[in-house]
Design a protein around this ligand. Structure first.
Ligand code: FEO
Ligand code: CA
Ligand code: CA
Ligand code: CA
Length: 672
């Protein structure tokens, strides 16, 4: 039975919302504690939030203090598009002068022999050849490999999870209390498994400027949640805690689950992040079992899907080690259709949101990743070996060896990167760690012991390769305590989130310390009780709540997408969307709304082609979140009565998560 089932939500909606709850039992400081220590109330009122310079670290010290009217100077804005409005309706909206076309929808062909989508007669076999559900991360990889071709390439798209109430006819809303899994037959479970994972498609832009999927491409591939064989690599591969009845090697696992965001490596592979893996595990842990403490720290078993009813490995009572084989970062080479995906255990195990990768000035590869749950942490990995631009094969092993660290955000505006290395500090046998494999399998507990900073749900992290700064999306955290707040910034129940900026010293991403500051605080700046902070010239449509994913375009400008979940009406009153956000100079903190999703959807996957003239976004779970006012029944969406039938708007056709491709009608740079 789900532990944290809010009322009125379907099972899948409640599952998504449950990531907000937070289970971190450690006494470590939260980011709210740190912000309060660092910025006393009077300083915040004076608007010093982003202006505090940290001596010696080369950090922010950026001219504009957010919310400071005196600093509201004008400078040439870097985004010149005409802003759209906050709002909500059944379809999507983009800035004037742009086209926003559907590229591929749930059920469309991926494999050359995929059958036509028939929502009334779905099968797992068909779904395994068709585009999966809930598209999230999008990665563009130019063709040929190594080029910067912006007119032909591969798209790698994650399929994070499924919403059965709007996917399957005749089952209604699987209420978490009354009808738990009653209608979720083995056949539907197999379709769900097939709808998870990822799709690789080839796409091409025509002379007329329109993008289309290349039918019959030799690169076309579905990776799924239940059957695609993957290899576990790195220090935890083959460890006794990774072995199961089906895999005595502890190094081979079928499927990847809840792949949310991701990243592209400098050698042209994709990193796809397993996020809320706990929900697929079922049953009850035996008291006193050696994995009991470990599983509890990740909320395993989450019992949000009934896969364990039909597949023993998802039942923790029968296969207690299977959950240790999920929660990893998975590397895939989209240029090689035969590539066996690799779960890179050196990168740690958590509810990874995504990955941001860069070649550091010394040639080592640095990767940032957030663990998306309230009060969880921000991680960084530094490879032991150096990137070799002339040896792609060697680069494919770079993420198996190196140092994983966790962030401690200090009140003086510095970040300490604390290494998660077996034998160092508290990570010893005295605390139950016998090897680096143990440290990685129990990444969260190791980070607790090191005193990492508990954050407001770290979602996507993006590196700006032009400036070297690193942006961390902190989505929200309604459990921030009242005694951590002040009268002017009443962010008790922080429904709005914030964007944190990190500045590596001298551009060295591998340094033990970095600087940090806040870029914006989400919410309505005109409503003082939100404590929102944007540039004072931000319009009534330019502010946002709940930053989730981000992208930096080729000009080095930041774009942010939001996920307010069920709370969108309360958090902002607008549907989710894409906002452009100024980061430098006098306009720092100025937001501008560019795109809006249909009712109930979340905005994911922002991704640019190398020329900056095409912008891909993923509309996830249309019709689901808070769509009651748009259904005939006035209740939550179902297959038969959804809040929207976007994007087809055909009778009997359910809403379909889809990738949208945005181009400027004059062929120019997106956003300019
Ligand atoms: Fe899958 Fe953290 O969003
Ligand atoms: Ca996300
Ligand atoms: Ca999300
Ligand atoms: Ca979602």
């Amino acid at each position: 039975m789900p532990q944290h089932a809010p009322t009125g939500l379907s099972r899948s909606e409640a599952y998504e919302q449950s990531q907000d709850i937070g289970i971190n039992p450690s006494g470590n400081d939260t980011i709210a504690d740190v912000i309060n220590h660092r910025y006393h109330r009077r300083d915040v009122l004076k608007g010093l939030l982003a202006g505090t310079a940290i001596a010696g670290l080369g950090t922010a010290g950026i001219g504009v203090a957010l919310g400071d009217q005196a600093q509201a100077q004008t400078a040439a804005p870097r985004f010149t598009f005409t802003e759209i409005s906050h709002g909500v309706d059944r379809t999507h909206h983009v800035a004037p002068g742009y086209d926003a076309d559907i590229l591929i929808r749930w059920g469309d062909a991926v494999a050359p022999d995929a059958p036509a989508f028939d929502p009334q007669r779905q099968t797992a076999a068909a779904q395994l050849k068709q585009f999966g559900y809930n598209n999230d991360f999008i990665g563009y990889l130019p063709l040929p490999m190594g080029s910067t071709n912006s007119n032909r390439g591969l798209l790698f798209i994650n399929h994070e999870y499924t919403n059965e109430e709007v996917m399957f006819p005749g089952i209604g809303r699987q209420d978490v209390k009354d009808k738990l899994f009653k209608d979720m037959t083995r056949n539907l479970v197999e379709i769900e498994m097939a709808a998870h994972g990822a799709s690789i498609i080839e796409i091409e832009r025509s002379e007329a400027g329109k993008w289309a999927v290349v039918a019959g491409s030799r690169y076309a591939r579905r990776i799924d949640g239940g059957t695609t064989m993957m290899e576990l690599t790195g220090p935890a591969a083959g460890h006794a805690r990774m072995k199961t009845k089906a895999d005595p090697s502890g190094a081979r696992v079928a499927g990847m689950l809840n792949n949310c965001a991701g990243g592209i490596t400098p050698w042209g592979t994709v990193l796809t992040a397993e996020e809320n893996f706990h929900g697929y595990f079922w049953g009850k842990m035996e008291a006193g079992h050696p994995e009991e403490r470990n599983h509890k720290r990740y909320e395993v078993p989450g019992n949000w899907y009934n896969w364990g009813q039909y597949f023993e490995r998802f039942d923790v009572t029968k296969e207690p080690n299977e959950a240790n084989r999920f929660g990893w970062m998975v590397e895939v080479d989209p240029y090689d259709p035969q590539f066996v995906p690799k779960k890179r255990t050196a990168l740690g195990r958590c509810k990874h949101e995504g990955a941001a990768v860069i070649v550091n000035s010394d040639g080592r590869v640095v990767l940032y990743s957030g663990d998306d749950e309230r009060f969880e942490y921000v991680y960084r990995f530094v490879s032991a070996r150096r990137y070799n631009a002339n040896d792609r094969r060697a680069n494919l092993g770079l993420l198996d060896e190196g140092i994983l660290s966790v962030a401690k955000y200090n009140a003086d505006g510095s970040v300490d990167w604390l290494p998660l290395v077996f034998g160092q500090g508290p990570l010893t046998t005295a605390n139950g760690f016998s090897s680096q494999a143990d440290v990685l399998i129990e990444t969260r507990r190791a980070a607790d012991l090191l005193g990492a900073t508990k954050m407001d749900r770290p979602e996507d992290i993006e590196i700006n390769p032009v400036t070297g700064k690193v942006y961390v999306m902190l989505t929200n955290n309604s459990r921030r305590k009242a005694d951590q707040l002040d009268a002017a910034n009443t962010r008790a129940a922080n429904e709005w989130g914030q964007v944190l900026e990190m500045t590596p010293p001298g551009g060295d991403h591998a340094a033990q310390k970095a600087g940090w500051s806040l870029l914006v605080q989400g919410g309505n700046p005109a409503d003082p009780k939100t404590g929102a902070k944007f540039h004072p010239q931000t319009s009534r449509n330019g502010w946002f709540a709940c930053p989730d994913n981000a992208a930096v375009d080729p000009q080095g400008r930041l774009w942010i997408t939001t996920d307010q979940g069920e709370a969108w009406e309360k958090a902002s009153g607008t549907a989710d969307g894409v906002w452009a956000l100024e980061t430098e100079g006098p306009n720092r903190g100025l937001g501008k709304m560019f795109f809006r999703v249909p009712v109930g959807a979340e905005m994911c996957g922002p991704c640019f082609t190398p020329d900056g003239r095409t912008f891909f976004v993923a509309v996830q779970h249309p019709a689901t979140d808070g769509g009651e006012k748009f259904t005939s029944s006035g209740k939550g969406s179902t297959f038969e009565d959804p809040a929207t039938r976007w994007p087809d708007f055909q009778p009997g056709m359910p809403p379909r998560p889809s990738v949208v491709v945005i181009t400027k009608r004059d062929g120019g740079l997106v956003g300019s």
